[in-house]
Design a binder for this molecule. Structure first.
Ligand SMILES: *[C@@H]1O[C@H](CO)[C@@H](O)[C@H](O)[C@H]1NC(C)=O
Ligand SMILES: *[C@@H]1O[C@H](CO)[C@@H](O)[C@H](O)[C@H]1NC(C)=O
Length: 373
């Protein structure tokens, strides 16, 4: 730790001394180069600031972020790299306010299942990647909306549904955003929520429809649209439960069976580009819902979780982050193991075939057929 800090200080000193006295910025590049990088970044990220002075104000934040990125990346032997992500014009406070809306509170008492409780002698695979099994839908983008909880919930249900039925169906976050927000649902659209509360809704609602019929609009004031389930695809779950809390080995066992919803403290993931993220982050709480879709170990021996995020495919490693695994505290790094939660589904509960309305329709057709004979 001390070594890392002194290396940071050393590299910052080296950087600033190599710039000489003429430059006002402490970035590697000249002011003009940084300006060019900014213009290019604005274009690539389709940024358009309307307010007077906003572009200049954002430029200063961009420069601060660039400095931080360069200081971090110049440290030898770092396990991960930072980069000019789409959030490079935001301060940490702004980023937290807009994007980190995961809620630790849940409306009903957690039921902790023991099916994934790690026991001495359990043999688990060294690596798991549900993407290789086709159980992970393409990375989605929650936009400037704190709806991470909805994306975490759909991700876990999509994975489970693929495992149980063989089909990967991309599900509707907007249905959760619009319909799972009344009264004591515990979810608040773009202002946050929890995956567990979303599973509760999916069970009570009799399923969740696809994002094809109910697409994501990022609209936080849209009314709940009643989708007629008789005529559309939807996916059901039977129940949900927590994996044992604060136990990375049990989380490993759980992830070996299905993608798992977790929360992480994600403030410093803002500029994450690649590699195994080791923090700094707080490990005693979470503020962002994501899905763990696998785990593994790098060639250098670093254990990691594969985190599927919902910040689009041009953040991190094509939308994913590798998070340090086997942390010194049982909470897991960034709190990943505090409270994992997952949906459950029996092999046969296939929404389209077994829904009550489909069953009634089937009975009707049989009766009509019989009457015609
Ligand atoms: C969001 O939905 C509401 C209600 O349907 C509508 O009035 C409003 O125009 C929508 N906003 C956007 C930005 O689409
Ligand atoms: C783990 O973290 C929690 C919360 O910060 C702390 O109370 C506890 O003492 C830590 N445990 C260990 C073994 O470091």
């Amino acid at each position: 730790m001390v070594k890392t800090i002194s290396l940071v200080i050393l590299s910052v000193l080296l950087l600033s001394s190599s710039l000489g006295s003429a430059t006002a910025t402490e970035t590697k590049q000249s002011q003009e180069e940084v300006q060019r990088m900014y213009e290019q970044w604005l274009m690539e990220n389709r940024k358009n600031y309307n307010a007077l002075g906003e572009k200049e104000r954002r430029f200063n934040i961009f420069k601060d972020n660039l400095k931080l990125i360069e200081a971090h990346n110049s440290v030898p032997d770092r396990t991960y790299e930072l980069g000019l992500t789409r959030f490079a014009d935001l301060t940490d406070d702004e980023f937290r306010a807009i994007h980190l809306r995961g809620k630790m509170e849940v409306t009903s008492d957690p039921v902790i299942g023991d099916r994934y409780l790690y026991k001495e002698g359990d043999v688990l695979p060294d690596k798991v990647d549900w993407r290789d099994e086709g159980a992970v839908a393409p990375v989605k983008d929650q936009g400037d909306c704190g709806g991470c909880w909805a994306f975490s919930a759909t991700g876990a249900v999509e994975g489970l549904n693929k495992i149980k039925t063989g089909e990967l169906v991309s599900l509707s976050e907007q249905e959760l955003m619009d319909c799972d927000r009344e009264g004591d649902s515990g979810n608040f659209g773009c202002l946050g929520g929890s995956a567990a509360n979303a599973f509760e809704f999916i069970i009570e609602n009799g399923g969740i429809v696809t994002d094809k019929v109910y697409p994501y609009t990022e609209n936080d004031t849209a009314a709940c649209k009643a989708i007629e389930m008789v005529t559309t695809r939807y996916v059901t779950i039977d129940s949900y439960e927590d994996a044992p809390h604060n136990d990375e080995m049990s989380l490993k066992k759980a992830v070996a069976h299905q993608p798992i919803s977790v929360m992480v403290e994600a403030e410093n993931m803002k500029l994450y580009k690649s590699g195994v993220f080791t923090g700094p982050c707080d490990h005693w709480y979470g503020n962002h819902n994501v899905v763990v879709v696998g785990y593994g170990t790098t060639e250098r021996g670093e254990d990691y979780w594969i985190i599927r995020n919902s910040w689009g495919a041009n953040w991190g490693e094509s939308g994913y982050l590798k998070l340090q695994r086997n942390f010194h505290n049982s909470t897991g790094n960034c709190g990943v193991a505090i409270r994992p939660v997952y949906p459950l589904k029996s092999n046969s509960s296939f929404g389209l075939l077994l829904s009550p309305s489909m069953f009634k329709l089937g009975v009707l057709f049989v009766l009509i057929g019989w009457a015609l004979l």
